[in-house]
Design a protein around this ligand. Sequence first.
Ligand code: RIB
Ligand code: CA
Length: 311
Amino acid sequence: MKKIPVWMDCDTGTDDAVAIMLAHSLAELDLLGISTVCGNTTQDHAFHNTHGLNGLMGTAYPVYRGAEKPLLKELLISTAFHGENGLGNVELPIPENAVFLQEKAWDALYACASRFPQELRLVATGPLTNVATAFLKYPDLPQLLHSLCIMGGSAGAGNITPAAEFNIFVDPQAAEIVFHSGVKLVMFGLDVTLQEMLTATDLEELRLSGGKAGSFTHACLQCALQSVKRYGLNGVSMHDSCPVMHLVHPELFEGEEAGVVVETRGSVTNGKTVTDLYSDKQFPFKNALVMLKVDADAFIRILKKQIVSLG
Ligand code: RIB
Ligand code: CA
């Protein structure tokens, strides 16, 4: 079976960590590299956490540092949800054999895409700072990629503000560059990611499964679980696992082509992904496949099975 070449760009926080474990567990995928971006946490923590995941999984995925801050805005970090260190204050030690690569995220990503012309699937699960930087430095990269699947945006309400989803809000300028780059873009926004969640019961099942991956998932999401209980929710959405799951199980998802524009100048609406999905007025372009539905039961069933399979 020919594996699907994948590169992940993550602000390795808790659900990013679960998405990386999911990608590793899916035999159909060939995870070629992971780059780190600031968002859920600082670049230092995201980089450390991603190396720590290599230690947890017993892997040696190459990890590349990216941006230390958004293109224009000051860095906004959500410690309430992801804890001080980005992993719910669970410390993953950096493995002794860790190699601290000096190549920057955008350069390494371009080199990898050049080795797999029109085949590499880029999955971005954090703010789009690294992706935008890569597209600005290498104008042929959007067409060199097979596609870009992002966790970000929302056709409806936001989460970090009433209008904007966190990843886009942190760096709207980067998002605007990416949305207008011409890349084949699949957007997994809150519209679809909030349909699924790992409940407290699911997390307890993962803890009792006895494996390190299950125990870690349970432990790192406790902070987020307490945080969402304030809104009457009994589970944590695995936002970042959606684009990864779609690579292997597209049948679980439904979406529509749409025109999407990022609001970069508004104050109340800053970072809003404005789509023409439901309006009479249509944008003169369709620049994203916006995912709107997921079979949540199947999604969670497969996600739990894959985490347990890691032992
Ligand atoms: O809005 C959800 C997104 O913000 C997820 O990627 C989560 O990890 C945070 O980065
Ligand atoms: Ca993320």
